[in-house]
Design a binder for this molecule. Sequence first.
Ligand SMILES: CC(C)(COP(=O)(O)OP(=O)(O)OC[C@H]1O[C@@H](n2cnc3c(N)ncnc32)[C@H](O)[C@@H]1OP(=O)(O)O)[C@@H](O)C(=O)NCCC(=O)NCCS
Length: 187
Amino acid sequence: MKLETKRLILRTPKISDWKDIVEGIGNLKVSKNVSSVPYPYKKKDALDWINKQIKESKKKKKKGYSFVIELKSEKKIIGGSGLHKLNLENGTAETGSWIAEPYWRKGFATEAKIAINNFAFDKLKLIRLESRSFIDNKASNQMSKKLGLKLEGTLRQSEKCKATRKVHDANIWGILKEGWKKKHKIK
Ligand SMILES: CC(C)(COP(=O)(O)OP(=O)(O)OC[C@H]1O[C@@H](n2cnc3c(N)ncnc32)[C@H](O)[C@@H]1OP(=O)(O)O)[C@@H](O)C(=O)NCCC(=O)NCCS
């Protein structure tokens, strides 16, 4: 599975991506903001994750899509993004992403999310996407708001961060297909 944007290639991970993934997500400034990434993050963690995603990508009935984000100009993996808890029957999924620290605030997560959300609404025919952010994760909350998602509520003490073992309240951000099309001026 491969999606392409102006600056990025979003694709299924491959074994040789492990070094860039460890470099990016092995940073506590990244992993302290997500639920399921251990710290320290080792080569084995990356290889286990990559192998799992390769296996999943070959299944007919998928639980989701996980993409690595490759920066075309550097041929480097600078992040990851995906659709999780995919429910084709109900037309719903959850989105999540991370970008390696040196590449923050350059619009890469936004660029990746626009491509993935378009894929979700147009190709997978989903009707709703949601995203969860720890309430103190300013970057992620701001990004969801800027992308046009609506804050639908806060689930108290609903997420435990594997890297820090801290329990967080999480904001639920959601967007429906019509809202997405309107915000991003897609017919
Ligand atoms: C959240 C994250 C993915 C954003 O990636 P990014 O590529 O830097 O985001 P973008 O450059 O596309 O920013 C989009 C908007 O998000 C908001 N934003 C991003 N970083 C921000 C920050 N540090 N502080 C405040 N707002 C921020 C801004 O509104 C920004 O738009 P602007 O730059 O035009 O003002 C990145 O900070 C990250 O990987 N953080 C650690 C992991 C994480 O939190 N993942 C999300 C878990 S739910």
